[in-house]
Ligand binder design. Structure first.
Ligand SMILES: Nc1nc2c(ncn2[C@@H]2O[C@H](COP(=O)(O)OP(=O)(O)OP(=O)(O)O)[C@@H](O)[C@H]2O)c(=O)[nH]1
Ligand SMILES: [Mg+2]
Length: 686
């Protein structure tokens, strides 16, 4: 028997800038609710949420972790997430599993770059939001100014639900303004009566009938007000602001009460939409008996070399019993479940049945991946694909010990299973094994994991920039390949014209042979001969793109012509035409978005321009500024370090590939010279 029902479940996801106190808040919540016997700490490595070795070492959350506690009859699922964009993948995936986001803002640091970003993500998902101001025990806190800044940046739906009794060293707890205590403590910060009025007004605004009653000065009973509060939180009409000290574990009970009484259960929260695969139409899946069949959203995977793969999903509708089977809509396969578990950090507790609202893990089921929908095979449905930012930071890696090449690639691929912002590729051009992630820090964690989990140590260096080659003018050339060396000779003559095509057009081959100057059967050989040169490149050994070749004339010999002869002739003709068509290098350009406190604006835009960046736009978000620019990939290889030093770690950025553009002539010669020197050095080594 499960000791709770869906109506009792509350699932919250912690969101907030790095070091804003999410994990510490989770520890305080668990401790207060009696789920742990001591208050865990990130600093001394005793957190049950940050249990992973990398998180302990870095003192930052790197992967989401899932915990639960019971508070006043409510079964509260808690998902702690990383606050830094480097590890944002687990923050993104956790959003699909929760009804409410608990957004932490540090009282000492205020709204930071990722606070706004994560707020927007929660709004887009349509889940409820609660703000918790942490570190209220910190120095020099102007709480009123912080509340103003929250309202200015995040909107007037944010209203205080509690007010602190003193701040800093003098912080003693909070006053809950939903029901004012009598008498009020003297040290309460702000006007508790007007905060009470503002809160009640905000709550009743979510319901026209209640609003009318309120305006008429009629009494509204507590239960009605409470259920309206839940509706207002679920719909995003009211975002209660609380505050607490995790260090002193003060103010935390009110956070638990707010989750228990004012946040939506799976029955009241976000209505999840899916595609009914049989009817091919959108349906709403409910946690009630309206949707009796099982469906769940897969949102997390953990790969352990000893235990194998654990996969986590959120049950949206219906039930799943252990030892039964489910259907994976993505792979279209039925899987046997085996045991199912509830998780508490690194602990797994077997359960016999999962109900709507539960977060459940299964072990060693290889066929389910993040973002998959699993369901009853008689009712196949599919939730929307979870989308991730495109990772852009790369490192080339080489195993330290010889012979580990195959294993390293295999293990890296295993790690991509749990991290959708991490990629592995083998660059056939440079023969490098390249790992790509959100940042250098992200890749360092991956390299650590490779060592810790699989015992593989690697050396890493910046990968080569994936330049391409192209032409900027028309030209033409011809080549006659003729050899007579006893027996059969070789003969093929090819006349071509080449011309540039727009960026991204690739390669076009046009056969304009008339009158059989080259017989039909040799035309594919001509194209193949050119293709081989395109793949190998002519300037620096990178692919040649964006051009059209017209084959317009040639000649052949009845006996000596062959496919091989035409391939050779075509390659020579193309090489000659290319050299006369003003060849250039193309460089990858990325779109970058930098988020910084406004005071760094001048320095950041100046720095981007000096790196050949073009500023494309700016947005003011309260005290923050978002700067968007297009910039060559080669210019920002070290941008992470530069931004950190320019802003003292207060800036963050994301980037994604945009397009290829011509590398300016004055840089082209030095790139060519540099690459040729590197090739020569490599050749010498070999
Ligand atoms: N004084 C004080 N310190 C706090 C409080 N909450 C957190 N801290 C400290 O702030 C630092 C960061 O706290 P974390 O809980 O790790 O922050 P986080 O938001 O989980 O950070 P990431 O996992 O990196 O995103 C730690 O050194 C905590 O001890 C608080 O309420 N008061
Ligand atoms: Mg954390």
């Amino acid at each position: 028997m499960i000791p709770y029902e869906t109506k009792d479940i509350r699932t919250i996801v912690l969101l907030g800038h790095g070091a804003s106190g999410k994990t510490s808040l989770v520890e305080s919540l668990l401790y207060k609710a009696g789920a742990t016997t001591r208050l865990g700490s990130v600093e001394d490595g005793t957190s049950v949420a940050d249990y992973d070795a990398d998180a302990k070492e870095k003192k930052h959350t790197i992967d989401s972790s899932i915990l639960h506690c019971n508070w006043k009859g409510r079964e509260i699922n808690i998902i702690d997430t990383p606050g830094y964009v480097d590890f944002i993948r687990d923050t993104i995936t956790s959003l699909v599993a929760a009804e409410t986001a608990l957004i932490t803002i540090s009282a000492t640091d205020g709204i930071q770059v990722n606070t706004r970003k994560l707020w927007d993500m929660a709004c887009q998902k349509g889940i409820g939001k609660i703000i918790v101001v942490t570190k209220i025990d910190g120095e020099n806190i102007d709480y009123q100014a912080l509340l103003d800044s929250i309202k200015n940046t995040l909107g007037s739906t944010c209203v205080p639900l509690v007010l602190p009794i003193g701040t800093g060293h003098d912080f003693q707890g909070v006053v809950n303004v939903f029901e004012l205590p009598n008498p009020l403590p003297n040290e309460v910060v702000g006007d508790a009566h007007s905060a009470h009025d503002a809160l009640i007004e905000a709550i009743v605004s979510a319901d026209d009938v209640l609003m009318e009653k309120y305006l008429d000065g009629k009494e509204i009973d507590k239960a009605t007000l409470q259920s309206c509060f839940v509706k207002a939180v679920a719909g995003g009409n009211v975002v209660p602001i609380l505050c607490c000290s995790n260090k002193k574990a003060l103010g935390v009970e009110d956070v638990l009460d707010t989750i228990a009484y004012f946040s939506p259960s799976p029955l009241e929260g976000l209505k999840r939409k899916a595609i009914d695969m049989q009817k091919n139409q959108e349906v709403t899946l409910e946690a009630t008996s309206n949707t009796p069949f099982f469906s769940a959203y897969v949102f997390k995977s953990v790969i352990d070399p000893f235990v194998g793969k654990s996969t986590y999903f959120r049950v949206v509708s219906g039930m799943l019993d252990s030892d039964l089977s489910f259907y994976n809509t993505t792979s279209k396969k039925v899987n046997k479940v085996g045991h199912i578990y509830r998780v508490f950090g690194k602990e797994q507790q077997p359960v016999s049945r999962a109900i709507p609202g539960d977060i459940i893990a299964v072990s060693k089921v290889e066929d389910i991946h993040i973002s998959d929908t699993i369901c009853d095979s008689k009712h196949p449905v599919k939730f929307p694909e979870i989308t991730f930012p495109t990772p852009m930071s790369s490192l080339a890696v080489i195993p330290k010990s010889k012979g580990a090449e195959k294993k390293i690639s295999e293990c890296l691929h295993k790690l991509t299973e749990e991290d959708k912002t991490f990629r592995v590729s083998h660059d056939t051009l440079t023969n490098e094994l390249v790992i790509t992630g959100m940042s250098y820090l992200h890749l360092q964690v991956i390299i650590n994991r490779l060592k810790r989990r699989f015992g593989i140590e690697v050396e890493s260096h910046a990968p080569k920039i994936p330049y391409k080659e192209t032409i900027t003018a028309k030209s033409q050339a011809q080549y006659k390949h003729k050899k007579q060396s006893g027996g059969h000779g070789q003969y093929g003559e090819v006349h071509i014209k080449i011309e540039p095509l727009p960026r991204g057009a690739g390669f076009e081959f046009v056969d304009e042979i008339v009158g059989g100057s080259i017989p039909r059967q040799y035309i594919p050989a001509v194209e193949k001969g050119i293709h081989e040169v395109l793949d190998k490149g002519l300037l620096i050994g990178h692919p040649i793109v964006d051009l059209r070749v017209r084959l317009h004339y040639g000649s052949y010999h009845d006996v000596d012509s062959s496919e091989a002869s035409f391939k050779i002739a075509a390659a020579h003709a193309f090489q000659d035409a290319f050299n006369h068509a003003k060849p250039v290098l193309l460089e990858p350009i990325v779109n970058i978005e930098v988020m910084i406190p406004t005071k760094f604006m001048g320095e950041i835009t100046g720095n981007l321009s000096s790196h050949r960046g073009h500023i494309k736009g700016m947005d003011t978000l309260g005290d923050l500024q978002a700067v968007r620019a297009a910039i060559p990939m080669s210019s920002i290889a070290n941008y992470e370090t530069e931004l950190k030093s320019m802003t003292g770690g207060q800036g963050s950025f994301t980037m994604e590939f945009s397009h290829y553009d011509i590398l300016p002539a004055h840089l082209m010669q030095s790139v060519i010279a540099h690459i040729h020197t590197a090739h020569a050095a490599n050749a010498k080594k070999e």
